[in-house]
Design a protein around this ligand. Sequence first.
Ligand SMILES: [Ca+2]
Length: 313
Amino acid sequence: MAPRRIIIDTDPGQDDAVAILLALASPEEIEVLGITAVAGNVPLPLTARNARIVCELAGRPDIRVFAGCDRPLVRPLVTAEHVHGRTGLDGPDLPEPCMALEEAHGVDFIVETLRREPPGTVTLCPLGPLTNIATAIRRAPEIADRVQEIVLMGGAYFEVGNITPTAEFNIYVDPEAADIVFRSGAPLAVVPLDVTHRALVTPTRNAAFRALGTPVGLAVAQMTDFFERFDKEKYGAEGAPLHDPCVIARLIRPALFSGRHVNVEIETGSALTLGMTVADWWGVTDRAPNATFLGDVDAEGVFALLTERLARL
Ligand SMILES: [Ca+2]
């Protein structure tokens, strides 16, 4: 099979960084056409910087990195330095990037790529708030029919929320953008907290990254160490969830994941439940299914894949 051609839309973020590394380490299955940065975990200048730092860490300064939207569609930006640190990539000591940011806007790159390539051959992988993707769909609604699939990290069902009691961070930051994406008609696969809260970086898994003995292995161990401080305090779990790499893992090994094709709508009106992903898991409405909402993961399989692939970089 030819590799899946993807655009990674991202707000790095340590877990975004690991997702990018996994994609770049998997050329048999994945061809990265470009990376578009969006404001989210930290402001846009930092996410655009961090994406390039990660490409250089992977030895891939040839990857094209674009800056996209610097704020949500209608709301002020909410960031997550309390999780990711001031830079978004706190933990390892990595050099400032040498590679240049592309001059074009990230949204233009998404639109032009989907218009140029044959229908059904490009997959979008949003790992942050959906501002860039929604802006692209608003500007060129036909891209919803041309995209092969949008595989995104966001939302929750049984796990409900992490930034508010009822909302996951990526959806909460730009719920209007999420609403546009979920109504777009594009084929959607959603990797929610229900999956990522089972993909925990345990001490054993962290040690396996470190034991690779490479700059990439050490950096990933230090990145996951960093955000674990926060998540352990918060969840009291045996390790922090590694959210975004699950999106790339699903492209490489779909059998590691299971879920249901259901209706998912986004709450944009209520102050109490803003950004909630209302997933009709039990099929109690007649609303049409619009997304494959994943519910379970073989976490051992994901971490085995991740460690094996990171060893190649
Ligand atoms: Ca992210």
